[in-house]
Design a protein around this ligand. Structure first.
Ligand code: UT7
Length: 336
């Protein structure tokens, strides 16, 4: 039997209504629209508001829309995986809560914690289930409510992050299109430069940890920047070389959206035109596990069956990787 390939056959997204602009942020911390646009490239980010709202609410909205768009009966979903570093609570998994909220009852599910590489790690994990032949409909969610762990008194991290969710359906591909290859890496030493100090078993929550603002993102920006620029480009270029992909036959690079300067440097190393790069950092900021599927969602209209696409990410862990896939359908429709 020929190898089964997993293909993305539909995509949907949820973005909260509230827009936190650079102007509003400049009234909260000592920053400016000019600095943020020059150094990062973000104009505004979406923020989840409302009492008792959490990551699962965004993920569930994206999955509900996905099931509707693809005509999928929730009972037919075999497996759901959610990439997030902002789970509703340390346990149980946010994936389970999403499944419950959308009426997926015949599936099992779990979360993946790989920060900004979360979606590509989850996508490859999920694709193994489809490739096994046993799973026909798998949902992959990338969802993060970064506002829950962002310190809006810290000007070095607060401009960077936003909230959002996106979900894709993975099914066996009827042809050669679908997920072809991946190159994924981790380096646990990188944890020193990007982490949350408290709230885990190392430093359980206490009055002291709260007083010290230790339940927020801690980032040594310059060090992370240096690793991100070299590692994300390394895996994207390696993927091109491995498959004979050139600037001519690559349709799109879909990079994690952390900083416009990192995205530009990656595209330059790959020798591709800026027009071949999906970018939406300006309007959503860094939504961690949601950036890559949110790009695919925003550009879905212009995607064509057979398009060569490279996904690339770098994030806390450190984690980084790239995925090579051939898009499975034309425009804003669904495959099949
Ligand atoms: O997605 C997960 C992976 N994360 C990333 O990929 C993020 C990687 N890092 C970055 O994107 C960048 O390092 C940042 C955007 C976080 C910071 O940019 P930078 O160019 O590395 O700035 P910097 O930290 O070197 O700071 C330069 C100056 C400093 O002032 P002095 O010491 O030169 O006087 C900062 O205090 O900019 C200052 N600064 C700000 N000024 C205005 C830092 N944040 C701000 C701000 N507004 N928001």
């Amino acid at each position: 039997m020929d190898k089964i390939r997993a293909a993305i056959t539909g995509i949907e997204a949820f973005l909260p209504e509230y827009r936190l602009t650079n102007e509003e942020l400049s009234r909260m911390v000592d920053t400016s629209d000019e600095w943020i646009m020059q150094r990062i490239g973000i104009k505004e980010r979406r923020i989840m508001t409302g009492k008792d709202k959490a990551t699962s609410d965004m993920g569930a909205e994206a999955v509900k829309k996905l099931l509707k768009k693809t005509g999928t009966n929730p009972d037919d979903v075999d497996f759901l995986i959610c990439a997030t570093i902002t789970p509703d609570m340390p346990f149980p998994a946010t994936a389970n809560i999403i499944a419950h909220k959308v009426g997926i009852h015949n599936a099992w599910s779990f979360d993946i914690n790989a920060a900004c590489s979360g979606f590509i790690f989850a996508l490859i994990t999920a694709s193994q289930f489809v490739e096994s032949g046993r799973y026909k409909k798998v949902v992959v969610v990338g969802a993060d409510m970064m506002s829950a762990i962002t310190n809006y008194k810290d000007r070095t991290t607060s401009p960077l992050f936003g909230d959002g969710a996106s979900a894709v359906l993975l099914e066996p591909s009827p042809d050669e299109d679908g997920i072809i290859d991946h190159i994924h890496h981790v380096d646990g030493l990188g944890r020193l430069h990007l982490h949350m100090k408290a709230g885990g078993s190392l430093r359980p929550a206490s009055h002291e940890t709260v007083d010290n603002d230790e339940h927020f993102i801690y980032q040594e920006g310059q060090t992370v920047f240096k690793f991100a620029v070299s590692k994300m480009a390394d895996v994207a270029v390696e993927m091109m070389e491995r498959h004979g992909i050139t600037a001519e036959n690559l349709a799109w690079l879909v990079p994690h959206q952390a900083n416009m300067r990192i995205i530009d440097a990656t595209a330059r190393r790959m020798g591709i035109d800026p027009k071949q790069v999906m970018i939406n950092i300006r309007k959503y900021g860094n939504t961690t596990a949601a950036t890559i599927p949110l790009c695919l969602y925003d550009y879905e209209n212009v995607l064509k069956k057979g398009d060569n696409i490279i996904l690339a990410a770098f994030g806390a862990g450190f984690t980084w990787g790239s995925v090579y896939l051939k898009w499975a359908y034309d425009g804003n429709s669904v495959a099949g």
